[in-house]
Design a protein around this ligand. Sequence first.
Ligand code: BDR
Ligand code: CA
Length: 321
Amino acid sequence: MAEKIIIDTDPGIDDAFAIFYALRSAAFDVLGLTTVYGNASVEQTTHNALALVAAADRACPVARGASDPMEIERRAYPTMVHGEDGMGGCAPETVSGSVIDQHAVDFIIETVRAHPGEVTLVPIGPLTNIGLALQKDPGLASLTKRVVLMGGAAQLNGNVTPAAEANIYDDPHAAEMVFSADWEVVMLGLDATHDVHLTENTVAELAREGGAQGRFLQQASAQYFGFHRDVVGLDFCHFHDPSALIYCVRPDLFTVQPSSVRVVTDGFAAGKTVAKPDSRFTGQAGWEKRARVSVCLAADGYAVIEHYVSAMQAKPSAAGT
Ligand code: BDR
Ligand code: CA
């Protein structure tokens, strides 16, 4: 049976790869997209989410969410990475659909409550909407099937600061709420996504074989590849957000370690995720009563990319229509 999911997202170029994949896969019943600031303003990421749903030709509700983090001042948008419009300059001027008349936080709560124990939350942006939902409805944790999030770094440096990965850095307080709630979390962060290399050749293949969506992804990712080449010094991109969706379908492609995770919320290491494997004893206070986190430590990157490409070349499923 298809897994019921809500994707909480800040599109975002890698978010676009993830959303197209999820919307065409029979493995998912995408109950909605909820948007958040992050790669651009929430107005822009919401516009982009609507554009992606239209391009995927799917009926999927989009609910606009938080415009700012829970406690800290909003960080600058990463225009160097995702462009001014969050889509590498490829966001359409106008979109046909519109958002539903409900805030993302209320949509998440209502949808999870309508399907107790069945809904997986897949946050691939800053965790503000999820933190706010937990704050508003603490009972949400026990009713959610699981959270599979893209974010964090257990054993590697961050990608925004030496300590922090972007989604956690943008709202460390929300992330700390997520990692301290009473639920199952999969933390798919840089430890795994740095094993998954998307090349321009692969994207060219998507453009040739993956129809209009493949061609859009090729255009939108040109700036993303440019950033990785010119600033990071890589001739590939790390395939962040789609990896979280692929984990849901192919967990066998990832190595996980059962752990507890805490988030540094202040100071120069703000946004750092510190993971304690369950097998490791500590007498330090503060590690009790945490989320049960499967931290992804590695991925079979070649197989993840192969899975993505073949899914994007297959005929879209009828699910979600
Ligand atoms: C994460 O940060 C964003 O820029 C990407 O969309 C991804 O969700 C990677 O660190
Ligand atoms: Ca994202």
